[in-house]
Write a protein that binds this ligand. Sequence first.
Ligand code: AMP
Ligand code: MN
Ligand code: MN
Ligand code: MN
Length: 307
Amino acid sequence: MIAPGAFDADLHCHSHVSDGILAPAEVVRRAHAAGVRLHALTDHDELAGIPEAAAEARRLGMAFVAGVEISVSWGGETIHVVGLRVDPHKPTLIEGLARTRAGRDARAREMGAQLERAGVPDAYAGALKHVGNPALISRTHFARHIVDSGICADVSEVFRHYLSEGRPGFVPHRWAALGEAVGWIRGAGGVAILAHPGRYRLDEGRLWALMDEFRQAGGEGIEVVSGSHTPDQYRRFAGHAREFGFLASRGSDFHAPGESRVDFGGLPPLPDSVVPVWRDWPEAATVARSRRDGRLQTEPATGQDTA
Ligand code: AMP
Ligand code: MN
Ligand code: MN
Ligand code: MN
């Protein structure tokens, strides 16, 4: 059994294919340079960055699995479901993601109109300037435009004042259903993970209901150590993972240098009390083996140095 903290596994991040700012290969290089040894790119509702990221990981000799973060509507809230180790060529997954993306542009135009009424000039055109992939225009792109315009100091201030539910630029949207998203992931051979459960505005009872429904739909894991969680939440969700029999995942949710709270290499390992989602993955066994071999090679040299 590979210990949860045996190596740095980061299984949640974004490139400019969705709302990150780096190209997929740059994201992979940054992760590798920070010490990540098992990696997944998980762009929102889109797999287009996977071939470039996988090729770069291969070049660097870093274990990589294909991922995606699907936007879901559940009980009036937006929930994110991460799919890991998916086959990116599976038509049901590809078509499901295309349907999930479809309403984004109309939503963004409406957000632009509302933000202009709230005093943000050229909001839609400004957001578009930050977009790497127009089909994936998101609130993050509006946030970067509003920061650039000098209206707010940083992205999190924009979310507080303009883009969270109840604020002037928030436009409700209907995403995929929970069961659909899990079904697409499983149909593509992947593992469905409930992303950053600590971020949803759900009381304990509704969070419980969400995790129960997620598990019944075929969801197999939750993020425990996440860039969106506090250390208290690592402990809390490790407990939930044990109670529900969920696998545990770990990821920075990196979007852009200096913008996300946590960068690659900045998270603690998973607690020993949980079962890592990568426990039975051949990619993880490869990392563990190469680290063992690496230690065998360097140990005698270290011994000579100190002798
Ligand atoms: P969208 O899919 O267009 O609703 O945008 C959601 C994205 O906005 C998330 O994936 C995050 O990257 C970002 N986001 C949401 N809430 C916040 C927040 N409070 N601070 C910073 N970024 C946020
Ligand atoms: Mn995002
Ligand atoms: Mn998310
Ligand atoms: Mn994310």
